[in-house]
Design a protein around this ligand. Structure first.
Ligand code: FAD
Length: 470
């Protein structure tokens, strides 16, 4: 790049990347954040101070070598930059898009207070995309085959992280996925306008090139049990996620037009219902859509609904914006796209017409009381505050718990009262010998990076176990 700024030049304004115009983007499923150009990336990389103690790298759950890869971006050596990230994470195009960097690396950046942090997530995404599009990705070398076999249940980020690490160490890996697409929530939950499918497919493809075997449409616990798998594999890793939706527990949840976020997002994202009738899956949302919840799932549900062309989309959240668990960036994107937010509001009943179709939502206003077990102030109903919102459809996005199939069909696993598998925190070892678990099936709903962190830690423990056997 000509006229490259000298490194470090921290006072250059932080670049938040380019975005599709909100009015245009709410009519399409194309990616909202359009990313950096090479010039943007090099200029942003010039801001990095290359701190000796690497606070960004230390704050990253998978310890991506941030200062080193950012320096290689500055030097415009994008293949080397991608390889540097690959040393600790094989999924930079995914993490660069959906990881909450504002909590991890960017939060630790020393420039944060004075100039704004280096946009590390956007640089990671740019590096991965550039390397992919220009054929610069070299899958990491794998150690010679050890003869040991590892099975991963589920193909979400936690299993993908296990597969990557264990395969690099020379063990054979087979991933069993219940759905017809790999990636877990990355494929069936997070919409394409935040994470294009080709990005997930390409990062799965890197694993395939390393020799990882992927089998789809296999539901462990139904098609094959964990006991049966144990006969063919030395170690089993359970990464089956938290795909069981939590209900609202109010009257009327069985009305036509009421969806769980899982069903709604799977229809739209995995089955591509937004292309119906070109695809086989239809959807019904009507003119007025209501979504209940305050997390990433709720934001994704409102934004998908908006793109299906209703008159209005309203979000009900029982606390205030400050308590919302969704990423700040996603809340802002959602607001920009015209979703109407009703804070301190909770539904208490869903009412239908004579045909059993949702017609209106009875709501109450809330106020915040004393902090609850989560540390957040508990919402308390305001007496006499009932009011109605008209709705043709409603999406419930108030939390998820693990699907119980594996827990119910595998004796010896220890499960807590929320249905999560109990494990040793450092190794991911379950109560069952040779069986490990991690990600949302253990945490009950967390983040992509924490799922990957669990996978990486379990992979080390699995390797140690197998080597001890040898
Ligand atoms: P999952 O991703 O859930 O994958 C589990 C896989 O196991 C699934 O593919 C499932 O089909 C399969 N499976 C289940 N049971 C079986 C079985 N019996 N046999 C075979 N396969 C099975 N996190 C972020 O960091 N940033 C975000 O922006 C973000 N947005 C989100 C948006 C939505 C809509 C949702 C739902 C979650 C979001 N999260 C986000 C959370 C994040 O996606 C999860 O924490 C993460 O995907 C958990 O990874 P996992 O591998 O444990 O499980």
């Amino acid at each position: 790049m000509d006229n490259k700024p000298k490194k470090p030049t921290p006072s250059i304004k932080q670049n938040h990347g380019r975005h599709q115009d909100p009015v245009e983007r709410r009519k399409n499923f194309e990616e909202v954040a359009t990313g950096f150009t090479l010039e943007d990336a090099v200029t942003e990389a010039a801001r990095c101070l290359n701190c000796k103690n690497k606070p960004c790298e230390m704050a990253c759950p998978v310890n991506v070598k941030v200062p080193e890869f950012v320096d290689l971006v500055y030097k415009e050596d994008l293949g080397a930059a991608a390889s540097k990230i690959f040393e600790t994470s094989l999924f930079p195009a995914i993490c660069g898009r959906v990881c909450p960097q504002e909590k991890y690396c960017e939060n630790a950046c020393v420039l944060k207070e004075k100039f704004g942090p280096v946009s590390i997530g956007r640089l990671e995404r740019f590096t991965a995309d550039y390397a992919r599009k220009n054929g610069l990705i070299t899958p990491p070398a794998c150690a010679p085959d050890t003869g040991f076999k590892v099975a991963c249940i589920g193909s979400g980020p936690t299993s993908l992280a296990v597969a990557a690490e264990v395969r690099k160490l020379g063990h054979a890996v087979t991933v069993f996925e219940a759905l017809h697409e790999f990636g877990g929530v990355l494929s069936y939950g997070i919409p394409t306008f935040r994470l294009p499918r080709e990005v997930v497919r390409s990062e799965v493809e890197t694993l395939r090139k390393m020799g990882v075997r992927f089998l789809k449409n296999v539901m462990i616990g139904k098609s094959i049990t964990v006991e049966e798998l144990k006969k063919d594999f030395d170690v089993i890793y359970i990464g089956s996620g938290a795909g069981l939706p939590s209900p609202l527990n109010v009257p009327g949840e069985d009305l036509v037009g009421v969806y769980s976020s899982n069903e709604f997002l799977t229809r739209i994202n995995l089955m591509e219902a937004f292309k119906f009738p070109a695809t086989d899956t239809p959807f019904y949302i009507g003119k007025k859509v209501v979504v209940v919840g305050g997390g990433n799932t709720a934001m994704d549900s409102t934004r998908c609904a908006m793109r299906l062309g209703p008159e209005s989309v309203t979000l009900l959240y029982r606390r205030t914006r400050a308590e919302m668990p969704a990423r700040g960036e996603e809340v802002e994107n959602t607001m920009e796209e015209g979703v109407h937010f009703e804070f301190l509001t909770a539904p208490v009943a869903l009412e239908g017409d004579e045909k059993g179709r949702l017609k209106r939502v009875k709501c109450v206003r809330m106020e915040l009381g004393e902090p609850d077990a989560s540390g957040r102030r508990k919402p308390v109903e305001k007496k006499g505050s009932e009011f109605y919102i008209e709705a043709d459809s409603l999406v419930v996005a108030v939390g998820q718990s693990p699907n119980p199939v594996i827990q119910q069909t595998t004796s010896g696993l220890s499960v807590n009262k929320w249905g999560c598998i109990a494990v040793d925190e450092t190794t991911g070892k379950t109560a069952l010998d040779g069986v490990y678990a991690g990600g949302d099936v253990v945490r009950g709903g967390a983040t992509v990076l924490l799922a990957m962190k669990d996978g990486k830690a379990a992979a080390q423990a699995i390797h140690a176990r197998l080597m001890a056997k040898k």
